[in-house]
Design a binder for this molecule. Structure first.
Ligand SMILES: Cc1ncc(COP(=O)(O)O)c(C=O)c1O
Length: 380
């Protein structure tokens, strides 16, 4: 990658809005299956790198999408009327408490652009979703990273960080957290929200909530006007390719976010697909059952291989590569898996170079992963 100094000189006389943009590293997504096929000529690829739903999506979604195909020349409903109605019923909120997004990344971006200026601070945890520090840089704001506690959010230290940085405008909390899979107790989260000034927006990122329904903190938005809950259809609902997310908040916050978002930020197909996906909660139950069963199986296999892992409450698991053999590192295992058609996620960008994040797949995907991993570790 070009150094920020060389980018600066190539850009000259153009200057980005904030100097911090120059130090921004692009988001590193999981390698697409097509790319591996192109690079290594492997057709039989297993992707366990982006926390997608290996089951796919509800069959109802396919029907809903098909119905939209004759209407593609028409703009979508910019207000997402039907999807918002369905989300309001599902979450027991009013329609005007909802903001739709082009994936939840879009909502995180809209939130930062709405509330965080260059003189502000944003607080987030070490090992939390990597987009949070990126947003601080994009806004030219001060990013305050609070050391994690046992790989999860240290809420007391985060509360202290808010106090220590009086310009804090926003705090990000991922629950369950990506990439560690850790989960926060309701009582502690409630105490945290109560401890921060009402001028600080607490963004609760519940991208994986369907895998851990007990983590649902929907009730917080009834009590606190400075809490926003962000969710997505990309994970358990299996619609990552369509890009649909939503935020639940006070009416006033939703009103502001809806002014900032692009007028048609969710496509016609995305709106119809998300409404159909939400209506099929049996699919979510099935997804959760498969995930739970496969997660237990993977844990047993990692134990048998002598690999440590962090107990996860989502659809992925973080595995520690601490092997006696000298030349085996997380990076070498990642590369060896890639060459054999198995894509997992390296975590160097998170400051976790000895760990890999593995999305829970279907039984056959997981068996392939474990067999390949075993052969790499035992050199056979
Ligand atoms: C914690 C968390 N939040 C938000 C997102 C963004 O997801 P999307 O933009 O697909 O909704 C992800 C995706 O990996 C995530 O892990």
């Amino acid at each position: 990658m070009q150094s920020s100094q060389s980018i600066e000189s190539s850009l000259s006389p153009l200057v980005p809005a904030y100097a911090s943009i120059l130090s921004l590293a692009p988001y590193q997504a999981g390698k697409p299956i097509e790319e591996l096929t192109r690079e290594y000529g492997i057709s039989d690829v297993v992707k366990l790198a982006s926390n997608e739903n290996p089951v796919g999506c509800s069959p109802q979604v396919t029907l809903a999408i098909t119905e939209q195909l004759s209407q593609l020349a028409r703009y979508p409903d910019g207000n997402g009327y039907y999807l918002k109605q369905a989300l309001a019923d599902f979450n027991d909120v009013n329609v005007d408490q909802i903001t739709l997004g082009n994936g939840s990344d879009d909502l995180l971006d809209i939130l930062a652009r709405s509330f965080v200026g260059a003189d502000a601070a944003m607080v987030y945890s070490q090992y939390a979703f990597i987009v949070y520090p990126m947003l601080a840089k994009m806004q030219g704001a001060l990013g305050v990273e609070v050391p994690a506690q046992r790989f999860g959010h240290d809420l007391k230290a985060m509360s202290q960080a808010v106090q220590d940085n009086p310009h804090t405008k926003m705090v990000f909390i991922a629950n369950p957290n990506n990439p560690t899979g850790t989960q926060l107790a309701h009582k502690e989260l409630h105490a945290f929200v109560a401890s921060v000034p009402s001028s600080v927006l607490v963004v609760l990122d519940e991208a994986y909530i369907e895998y851990s329904p007990e983590s649902n903190n929907r009730a917080l938005i009834d009590e606190f006007d400075n809490v926003v809950i962000v969710r997505t259809f990309s994970k358990a609902y299996g619609l990552a390719g369509l890009r649909v997310g939503y935020a639940l908040s006070s009416v006033a916050v939703a009103d502001l976010l809806n002014r900032i978002r692009q007028p048609f930020n969710v496509s016609r197909v995305g709106l119809a697909a998300a409404a159909a996906a939400l209506a099929d909660q049996d699919f979510i139950k099935k997804t959760r059952l498969i995930n739970d069963e496969q997660m237990r199986w993977l844990e047993k296999q990692f134990d048998a291989l002598g690999l440590g892992f962090i107990k996860s409450h989502a659809n992925f698991i973080m595995v520690e590569i601490k092997v006696e053999m000298e030349d085996i590192t997380a990076a070498s295992i990642h590369d060896a898996l890639l060459k054999q058609g198995v894509i997992v996620r390296p975590l160097d960008g998170y400051g976790l170079p000895n760990w890999l994040r593995i999305t829970v797949g279907l039984a056959e995907d997981n068996m392939r992963l474990i067999d390949t991993l075993r052969s790499i570790l035992t050199d056979d």
